[in-house]
Design a protein around this ligand. Sequence first.
Ligand code: SF4
Length: 259
Amino acid sequence: MVDHQAPGADLQATHQAISSCQACALHEGRTNAVPGAGSSHADLMFIGEGPGFNEDRQGIPFIGAAGQFLNELLASIGLRREDVFITNMVKCRPPNNRDPFPGEIEACSKYLDAQIEAIRPKVIVPLGRHALARWFPNESIGKLRAHPRRFDGITLFPLYHPAAALHNGGLRATIEDDFAKLGELLRQAPARTEQQPQPVTASLLDPAPPMPAAAAPLAAPVQEAATLDEPSVSIEPPSSVEQLAQAAEEPHNEQLSMF
Ligand code: SF4
């Protein structure tokens, strides 16, 4: 039974467990585990890939160049870091910033599950394809970005990882536009539902792509970091909440009923 009156207590226990976790090989090279940071009552939760060099040194997520850009994006919609919760798929830095292996993501998924359950945000933003794969393992971030989806009482709103703009400056304006839509979505998203956690099943997202078990192993290690978050499909997302509603009728976005 989740105690929704004291999410901070749940979160604190989870973060203590992460700090001493040795469930996968990533613990061997870490300086600090990076559980996540922000408000335990946040309406908005961001999920990235994994800690980098600076994050590992300080135990704080998103503090490098990508983190600075994320701060700017948050400010553009009137939010500060302490208003949201920011974490990653894996809580320890992969060596040389390589992509996390499927087994590492699977080993760490219990902590992300616990964080989501403790915080129960209105909106979860998977940042980039690794976080997207938790819910949609066979979809591209370029296709699903800025398309809201409902899952277990929470809205998913995938976006490019801010680091994508560092690799490809042409994506900066796209990410900024998508963040403006996020701000609009957050204002209009319904209050959190206090429903009990449900098994992750395809029926929750029907007729969307099949829902895997949380962090189900991927078929193979993910691609080179150099291709991080590069869009493989270019589909312009809706430009307004009204268009989001219209898009909800389209085959790739049909399961959203909130708009
Ligand atoms: Fe544990 Fe996650 Fe760190 Fe692996 S990455 S050691 S599962 S906290």
